[in-house]
Ligand binder design. Structure first.
Ligand code: IPD
Length: 286
């Protein structure tokens, strides 16, 4: 829809403005605060950039809704309705940002009737603007993206993440998953420290697959449509339909590779993004 193209262009313009703020802070020492664990960090820049993005969008599109990582952390309800909704991670890769490891991204997805219409992932240090609009292809800095199409798991380079979980069950599950994939064998495993960038590597053809347990909707909603529009497949970790709220995902260059990963990896318990953590018992995935 042309209307959503205008929204996407606006999203990219404000992401470019926010880049300056992130780069300036990136070079300097930061005050770091903790969220869910000793490895789940937030800085004043995450909060500032999210406020900047939301206030610019709200000014232009006053009826639109938001799901923002730092707003949710501050207690706002996470709710995806049928209304046009911007799903925002102001700095994906906050641990990288704190350490000056040069992969940090602004991730912005836009959903209407719960369907993602476009996604923007701006890798700010590299100055790479990834974007895709539903039915209109995926691009990085205006160059079209295409997955490798690889169908043979033994020829795959796979990306994953060790997130912020530090309990034994999560760590054991994550390391066992890596071991079981390497045993197939796959050709290599990588982790960059930002789910959004990890996942767009599948769209670029730089990696053949990506899987992750424990990330949030704002980390991967934008990348998911970028991978799909580049010809890739996005599924839930158990091989079922992708569900951005489930906190489990596989993205791959082909269905056979996605399904082989689904057969090989297991999830540790996570609370869905759209569930009240105080009411629910974490789902075991598969
Ligand atoms: C995190 C990053 C990290 C992933 C975590 C995410 P944040 O997002 O994407 O790579 O392992 O699960 O929560 O906190 O830097 O926005």
């Amino acid at each position: 829809m042309a209307e959503w193209t205008e929204c996407m262009n606006f999203g990219m313009a404000i992401a470019r403005e926010a880049r300056e703020v992130i780069l300036e802070a990136f070079r300097n020492k930061k005050d770091v605060m903790l969220k869910s664990s000793l490895a789940d960090l937030v800085t004043e820049t995450d909060q500032r950039v999210e406020k900047m993005l939301i206030s610019s969008i709200r000014q232009k599109y006053p009826t639109h809704k938001f799901i923002g990582e730092e707003s949710v952390a501050a207690g706002e309800k996470l709710e995806l309705t049928d209304a046009p909704t911007w799903i925002i991670d102001p700095i994906d890769g906050t641990v990288n940002f704190v350490h000056r490891f040069p992969f940090v991204a602004i991730s912005i997805a836009f959903a209407v009737n719960k369907q993602t219409e476009f996604g923007i992932v701006y890798s700010v240090v590299e100055d790479k603007m990834y974007r895709a609009q539903r039915g209109r292809g995926a691009f990085v800095n205006d160059v079209p993206l295409q997955t490798t199409g690889q169908e043979d798991i033994t020829k795959c380079l796979v990306v994953t993440e060790i997130g912020a979980e530090r309990d034994d069950l999560s760590l054991c599950t994550m390391t066992t998953n890596i071991m079981n994939l390497l045993r197939i064998p796959i050709q290599g495993i990588r982790a960059v420290g930002t789910a959004a960038v990890d996942m767009v590597f599948v769209a670029t053809g730089g990696a053949d697959a990506y899987y992750h347990i424990g990330m949030h909707c704002w980390d991967i909603a934008a990348s998911a449509i970028i991978v799909q529009e580049a010809g890739g497949v996005v599924l839930d970790l158990d091989g079922n339909t992708f569900d951005m709220m489930s906190r489990k995902v596989i993205a791959a260059s082909s269905m056979p590779v996605a399904l082989r990963i689904a057969q090989t990896v297991r999830a540790f318990p996570v609370v869905r993004d759209d569930e009240d953590p105080n009411k629910s018992t974490a789902s075991n995935g598969q």
